[in-house]
Design a protein around this ligand. Structure first.
Ligand SMILES: [Zn+2]
Length: 386
């Protein structure tokens, strides 16, 4: 592995520890991360020079015999802006270095790529103007609904019909701040690790369903990117040979059976012509419509087969399900679990926890915040996830 890459991994982990355990000592960081003392010390010193952390000598709860110095995040060093690009909306969030949003804003978007950079730049200035006294913008993170290669190219965004856009350059031309971009689901997995239900999880498989189904492989404490940063497209595992055509251009993908559009189309064909959004589907399910419950149950069974594949390949301690999957947990859980149990290796299934994200459904913009935070604390200037 490249030296700067390892340093980035160390730096992000150390900042993560300081953020989730305010007043932690350097000694405890060494213990909890397993990194050597000189690595921790050099990175902590660098954070200090940059003003990202503060040292305090009267840490609350310090026991006798321990170093009295505690480390915490600087509350007023600056802000992060997280942006989520979707088919019809742009969401903006501004947060401190702790990653907790202090303000969110949303605007409609017509999907025109030539307008995106200008709208993003304007949105950043608007949300910044609405927040006082939190310092300058340290970084901007943009999560995108498509494949993002590690050279900063948006390879394909099916929902927007965008192909081969040099997105880092397009946005960078108009955004005068350090800028970090990545796939929305991978950014969401990173947010789960930083702020959500996967804090302290070193290995988990993440699956998110919305307008498409995306995934992320979080392995040994970081996102796995593969040869070009594109790995983890778990929504495009083939679950039905020669099955439905998928938005990715292939056939029989999980996404073609589980995405919001796929479910809505099936339910429309039952006579519910007005069903478009996942909330429409949930409403019919809550009313107990047997046909709609049947559609969700079949989708859950197909999802169970896909999850069995993830379990057999990765032996993950945790499979985290987000987005519409989390919103529909009540209707998905039973058949998903029984099918995953039936099709996976028993001993591996028994070691896997299948969980539904509490954070993902309502806080998509946290993916952008996670990208920005990872960019600032990684210390090496790489501008594309991971
Ligand atoms: Zn596909």
């Amino acid at each position: 592995m490249h030296k700067s890459y390892i340093r980035r991994f160390h730096a992000n982990e150390i900042f993560h520890r300081i953020r989730i355990e305010p007043q932690i000592s350097q000694k405890d960081i060494v213990t909890k991360t397993g990194f050597d003392k000189s690595t921790v010390s050099s990175i902590v010193n660098r954070f200090d020079e940059l003003g990202l952390i503060k040292r305090s000598t009267n840490a609350a709860g310090t026991k006798p015999g321990r170093p009295a110095e505690g480390l915490s995040i600087s509350p007023n060093k600056g802000v992060l802006v997280g942006i989520q690009v979707e088919r019809a909306t742009l969401s903006f969030a501004i947060s401190g270095l702790d990653g907790q949003p202090v303000l969110t804003q949303q605007q409609s978007f017509d999907g025109q790529i030539d307008k995106l950079a200008r709208l993003v730049a304007k949105g950043i200035e608007q949300i910044k103007a609405a927040v006082d006294n939190l310092g300058d913008i340290l970084a901007v993170g943009v999560s995108l609904p498509g494949l993002v290669a590690d050279d900063g190219t948006l390879v394909h965004a099916p929902a927007l019909n965008w192909h081969e856009i040099p997105i880092l350059q397009v946005l960078g031309d108009k955004v005068p701040y350090p800028l970090f971009v990545g796939n929305d689901v991978k950014a969401a997995a990173m947010a789960e690790h930083m702020f959500g239900d996967c804090v302290d999880e070193k290995d988990f498989i993440y699956l998110f369903s919305g307008s498409g189904v995306g995934g992320a492989l979080f392995l040994k404490g970081e996102l796995y990117g593969g040869a070009k940063g594109l790995a983890g497209e778990l929504g495009h595992v083939k679950v039905v040979p020669q099955g439905r055509m998928c938005s990715c251009g292939s056939y029989g993908c999980l996404s073609a059976y589980l995405s919001r559009q796929a479910l809505a189309l099936e339910i429309q064909q039952l006579g519910f012509k007005d069903v478009v959004e996942f909330s429409d589907i949930l409403k019919l399910a809550a009313e107990g419509d047997m046909q709609v419950l049947g559609v969700l149950d079949r989708a859950a069974t197909i999802l169970g087969a896909a999850v069995a594949n993830y379990i057999n390949i990765f032996n993950p301690p945790l499979v985290m399900l987000g987005g519409d999957l989390a919103r529909g947990e009540t209707y998905f859980r039973t058949s998903l679990e029984s099918e995953a149990r039936r099709l996976s290796h028993q001993s591996m299934f028994d070691q896997t926890r299948i969980a539904f994200s509490k954070m993902s459904a309502s806080k998509g913009y946290l993916g952008g915040v996670a990208l920005a935070l990872d960019g600032v604390t990684g210390l090496d200037g790489a501008h594309v996830l991971p």
